[in-house]
Structure formats: C-alpha cells, structure tokens
Design a protein around this ligand. Structure first.
Ligand code: PGA
Length: 242
C-alpha cells in the first residue's frame, strides 16, 4: 500500500455530547497520524482540537465576516486552528441547495484564510445510468475550481451519491477508473497533478483495505462507519498504519 494516504472521518450530525466523549476517549492516543482528519459537528470542534487531532469543519460560509446569523466562516475556523473544510458535500448540495457558484466561493474563502478545502463531487444513480458520469464530474470540478490558481492546497473527494450511506460502493476497478479520469482532467484543464483525490461512499471495515490498495487513490472518507470508535480505529489502523 502506498504510504501517506489520507483518512477523513465525516462524523456528520450523528453524535450527542456523550457519544463525543466516548469517541474521544476511545481514540485518544491512537491517532498520531496528521493525515487522519476528523470532521465533527462544528459545536464539538474545540474538544477535538484540544486533543491535537487534525480537524476539518463540515461546512463554511462563503464570506469571512458579517451579519450572517447561524453561519461560520473559514476565517473563524482557521483562527480556531481548523486546517480543513468539507465543501460541496452531496448532503449540502441536496438539502441546502448548494450550487456550483456557492461552492466556488466557499473554496475561495477557504484558500484566502489558509484552510484546505476538501471538495466533494460525485454523480447520482440516474446520471450514472444515463452514462452522464464523466460529464457531470467534469462540470462539477471545473465549476468549483473556476478562477482558482492556488491548487496546491486543495483536496478532492469523489463520492457517488448513490454510494453514500447505502452499503453499496462501486467496484475497485470502477473507483480506479474514475480517480484516474479526475486526475487526467485536473492535468488537462488546470495543469496540476498534485491534488490528492480520495474516495468516499460506504467505506467500511470489510472494504477499506482493498480500496486503500488502489494505486491511484490518495485516501478515503468514512461516514457512517465512524459512529463506532473501535471499528473506526481498526479502519485507521489498516489504512494508515499497515
Ligand atoms: P458513508 O458516508 O461512509 O456513510 O457512505 C460518506 C460521506 O458522506 O462522507
């Protein structure tokens, strides 16, 4: 397995405070690798920072400061010591109507304040069935990175929406094909081959080893399977320590 791959844990809105305490108790001292990035609910971020984990925020607003009740900016996150932010997760595109223009602005806000945006992209089942996958992914990437030249501090996470929270994931061959496609696209249209490209969508204890073994992959994002800290730890063990 190629070394230095990332594991992003997307804790979503799953945990209550007692779950967070338990989670932190179980994993503290076992995650030394700064390529393991934990993304808890914003309200719990200070607990994770206190334990020296690499922390990502699940969402940021596109402006740095101002009268935007309920929002959190990349600048605020950065000042707290948060180095990563998920941008354009499919749940945000779906439930909060985030469009490509908004996603592009959020990426710019992150880059302006030293936060690494982890851009999430991926096709729906319907788009896949209609063989529109390549077109959709190309559009999502080029729109999100429109007018952006600072490409050294961006990560991309390929997450087909039909694989999220479903226990169904593409075959390793399919994942590899699409990761290669994304990398070729980035080279052709943005002139870079340094953006890490990760896979997310129903990564679990059974499939993580094989997925991490895919040559071109730079890591994984784990969602539901983070709920159980013991299982999550054993997945990290396989992914970054083996
Ligand atoms: P999942 O979620 O692992 O539950 O499929 C992945 C994600 O949404 O990041």
């Amino acid at each position: 397995m190629k070394k230095n791959k990332y594991v992003v844990g997307n804790l979503k809105m799953n945990m209550m405070l007692e779950d967070v305490s338990l989670f932190l108790k179980e994993i503290s001292g076992h995650v030394q690798n700064n390529r393991v990035i934990l993304c808890p609910s914003t309200i719990y971020i200070p607990y994770f920072l206190k334990q020296d984990f690499a922390v990502g925020i699940q969402n940021v607003f596109s402006k740095n400061q101002g009268a935007y009740t309920g929002e959190v900016s990349a600048k605020q996150a950065s000042r707290m010591g948060v180095h990563y932010a998920l941008v354009g997760h499919s749940e945000r595109r779906l439930y909060f109507r985030e469009d490509s223009q908004m996603i592009n602005q959020k990426i710019k806000a992150c880059l302006d304040t030293g936060v690494v945006p982890m851009l999430c992209i991926g096709e729906s089942r319907e788009e896949r069935d209609l063989l529109r996958m390549d077109r959709v992914i190309k559009r999502q990437i080029l729109d999100a990175l429109h007018d952006i030249d600072d490409l050294d501090h961006i990560m991309i996470i390929y997450e087909p929406t039909w694989a999220i929270g479903t226990d169904v994931s593409p075959s390793n061959r399919e994942i590899e094909k699409i990761i290669v496609f994304i990398k070729q696209l980035l080279k052709k249209y943005k002139g870079t081959d340094s953006i890490p490209v990760l896979y997310g969508g129903s990564v679990n204890e059974e499939n993580i080893r094989e997925i991490m073994n895919i040559d071109e992959i730079d890591g994984v994002m784990i969602g539901s399977a983070t709920k159980n800290p013991k299982k999550f730890l054993s997945m990290i063990e396989v992914a970054v320590n083996e």
